[in-house]
Design a protein around this ligand. Structure first.
Ligand code: NA7
Length: 542
């Protein structure tokens, strides 16, 4: 470490670097690997005590990726993808974490990662064109580049329910789960929230606990995972041509499922029988591919309604009690919140130890020392699980004091909602990059594919600066405004605006409602490639 002076000397705490990367998940690890190929002196700063990012923190029962494991993995290293063996169609959190640990060891990445340390502030010095990064261990780094690899779903959303801190039992947030696990045997457990984390964890908590009371504000559309061990023959076939297989996925609008493409016809162009047969077939396959049953499910409300009513009919068949089935049935646009991939979720409500409380009209009004109170009724519980999601996409950045040109903070720049150019840079914040930032496809895609595309883009930007003897790159206000308008226009063509999703920031009280991700991976990637080929129009390089 480039330290000068004694331990108590403030200078001693300052390290000179080329790049600071915030976060050691999929994005931070790959960025470090690529920064090394450029010969950059780099430090990754990670709040957790290990690598993994979201897969380090989300250890709740049933935590599993909704993207098939053969696709939810790095495609940038042939030997790595050949040697790693996934055991199931959808990987569990421990298996994904083991994979990322393997990557960190295989490429000797840990020696440049500082664990258990949170970045608290980054500020840009216009005179030196360097960033000062301050972290929770009191250290300062002076660096040319800052890469925010902070993840889209990292900042836990814990609702400010009155009395929350008065609760005398145990409380857990799914995104901050204890590493040693939790034993629910003999307990009465409240689960608040029925998004992906609630849907994944409730069946397993119900198997263990005495009683489970689920507090549901919005029911989720969920399709079965039909998870199973991977077939060795299928794996061998994919690995025989892995490079091409990955490429096919990257040429899609979502960055995955290239081998299982969206059917290229409208739901309205087929007979009712054919439509049902198509949905039946996709339901049997399971997973997010259900939304690819037709090419207009997220574009045409009429088409969307056919898929939505199909899933409702499935729920009605699975859940024995018609009243509970009705409560579990969403009536909104399917897919406008992320579709959930489940294992035995709806069936769990047939168990005698599971009950459902609708808090859509009457919210959880209070938490007392022993109970969750709704509509004056005290539901006495031993434990509360908050499966209440994240301050998505911007939350982790919002928690850092980021100050750019003219002393302007990112918080201020984004007070009316996040603005970026390509989801990668923000005007007024030179040499700062956001991996899978708002304004890029990010959470609407296979995240690993989006991460790889961004990391490679950042690597190439830096390489071109150095080749031309330039020092900084920064988005212009004009190009950024045009990009924001473009993202809104594209999102406006879809049905994503039809519900209060975290894509819109609607799950966090007071957060500006702006649709953050950009639909359409392949078009976006093509555009980024053109921007690079044309010498980065819309950016000032100096
Ligand atoms: P989500 O999908 O944001 O789900 C959070 C859930 O918590 C959702 O059902 C929310 O209801 C509910 N919620 C949030 N606040 C409250 C309060 N105050 N009272 C009751 N219910 C509340 O987060 P997940 O962790 O499940 O999944 C995040 C992503 O991870 C997922 O999309 C996948 O990409 C993987 P709401 O819907 O806001 O009415």
């Amino acid at each position: 470490m480039a330290v000068a002076g004694g331990a108590c000397d403030p200078v001693a705490m300052t390290r000179q670097l080329d790049m600071v990367i915030v976060g050691a998940g999929f994005a931070g690890l790959y960025m470090l690997h690529e920064a090394r190929t450029l010969g950059l002196e780099t430090e990754v700063i990670e709040a957790g005590d290990g690598v993994g990012g979201t897969w380090y923190w989300n250890r709740y029962p049933g935590a599993r990726c909704d993207t098939p494991s053969m696709e939810y993995s790095y495609g940038w290293h042939e030997a790595l993808q050949q040697e790693w063996e996934w055991s199931e169609k959808y990987a569990t959190q421990p298996e994904i974490l083991a994979y990322l640990d393997h990557v960190a060891d295989r490429f000797d990445l840990r020696r440049d990662i500082t664990f258990g340390t949170r970045v608290e502030a980054c500020s840009f010095d216009e005179a030196t064109e360097r960033w000062t990064v301050r972290s929770s261990n009191g250290q300062e780094r002076i660096t040319r580049f800052v890469v925010m690899a902070t993840g889209c779903l990292s900042s836990a959303n814990l609702p400010a329910i009155p009395g929350r801190d008065d609760f005398g039992g145990r409380t857990f947030h799914t995104g901050r789960w204890p590493h040693e696990g939790v034993d629910f045997a003999g307990r009465c457990v409240a689960v608040i929230g029925t998004g992906s984390s609630g849907v994944q964890s409730i069946p397993l908590i119900a198997e263990q606990a005495d009683q489970v009371i689920v507090f549901q504000r919005t029911p989720s559309y969920a399709v079965p995972a039909h998870n199973e061990p991977l077939d060795p023959e299928q794996v061998a076939a994919i690995k025989a041509d892995y490079v091409e297989w990955r490429k096919t996925a990257r040429d899609t609008s979502t960055g995955f499922g290239g081998h299982m493409a969206r059917l290229d016809r409208s739901a309205m162009d087929v007979s009712e029988e054919e439509r049902r047969a198509t949905y039946d077939a996709r339901w049997e396959i399971g997973g997010l591919f259900f939304l690819g049953s037709f090419n207009d499910l997220l574009l045409n409300p009429e088409s969307n309604a056919t898929a939505a009513s199909y899933v409702r009919a499935r729920i009605a068949k699975i859940v024995d009690d018609p009243e509970t089935a009705a409560m579990l049935s969403p009536d909104t646009t399917i897919g406008c919140k992320r579709l959930v991939v489940d294992t035995d979720y709806f069936r769990t409500f047939n168990r005698s130890n599971v009950s459902l409380v609708d808090v859509s009209a009457t919210p959880v009004e209070q938490i007392t020392e022993t109970a969750v109170v709704v509509d004056g009724l005290h539901h006495h519980v031993d434990d509360i699980v908050f499966a209440t999601g994240f301050d998505a996409m911007t939350g982790s950045l919002d928690r850092i004091d980021i100050t750019g040109r003219g002393g302007r903070t990112l918080r201020d720049a984004w007070s009316a909602g996040p603005t970026t150019l390509l989801g990668l840079q923000v005007a007024g914040f030179p040499n700062l990059f956001t991996v899978t930032g708002p304004g890029s496809p990010s959470v609407l895609t296979n995240m690993v594919v989006s991460i790889e595309q961004h990391v490679e883009y950042i690597r190439d930007v830096i390489s071109s600066l150095d080749a031309e003897g330039l020092s900084t790159i920064e988005a212009t206000e004009e190009a950024q405004a045009e990009w924001v308008a473009w993202v809104n226009a594209v999102a406006g063509l879809t049905l994503f605006h039809g519900c209060s999703s975290w894509y819109l920031g609607a799950n966090v009280p007071g957060k500006p409602r702006v649709f953050m991700p950009l639909p359409g991976f392949v078009d976006y990637k093509t555009h980024c490639d053109a921007v690079a080929a044309e010498g980065y129009p819309g950016f000032v390089r100096a």
